[in-house]
Structures are given as structure tokens and as C-alpha cells.
Design a protein around this ligand. Structure first.
Ligand SMILES: [Zn+2]
Length: 82
């Protein structure tokens, strides 16, 4: 997965949030599952899809300015513009 990526751009940071966000969501769902509120994993699992979607969306919208790792067009150099 993360092969020692030290890139500090926002997109890579959002990508790094995916794992913890999924774990936290699953933990919260199981926590709610143990409450007597009547909501179980069967009711709440779509939240996981929403969270994954939100992280993916944030990743897609985040800027890659300062990206230094592989898997992206290297910015900078002769480009012109602002
Ligand atoms: Zn990056």
C-alpha cells in the first residue's frame, strides 16, 4: 500500500486518510451495533460507502501541488502560465 510515501501534497494526505477513516467508521458502526438503539450493522453499513466516497471525493478535489511521489504528472518545469 503505502510504500513510504513522503509526499506532503493534499491529495496524498487525503489518500492516507482512507484507511483510518474506514477503520473509524467500521468501529463506530459496531459500537452503535452494541447499543440498544435498534440500529445494527445491517442498517448502518451504507455509511461506510458514504465515508469511502467522501474520502475519494476529497482526494479527487485536492490539489497535487508539491506532489513528489510516483503516480502523478510532475508539476513544475517549463509550462508557462501563472
Ligand atoms: Zn503527492
Amino acid at each position: 500500500m503505502a510504500n513510504g510515501i513522503k509526499c506532503k501534497c493534499r491529495r496524498c494526505m487525503c489518500r492516507g486518510l482512507m484507511g483510518p477513516a474506514v477503520l473509524i467508521t467500521i468501529g463506530a458502526i459496531f459500537l452503535i451495533d452494541r447499543t440498544p438503539w435498534g440500529y445494527g450493522f445491517g442498517h448502518l453499513w451504507p455509511i461506510l460507502l458514504v465515508v469511502i466516497g467522501l474520502v475519494k471525493l476529497a482526494e479527487a478535489l485536492a490539489s497535487t501541488e508539491g506532489h513528489t511521489g510516483p503516480g502523478g504528472s510532475s508539476g513544475g518545469g517549463s509550462g508557462g502560465g501563472s
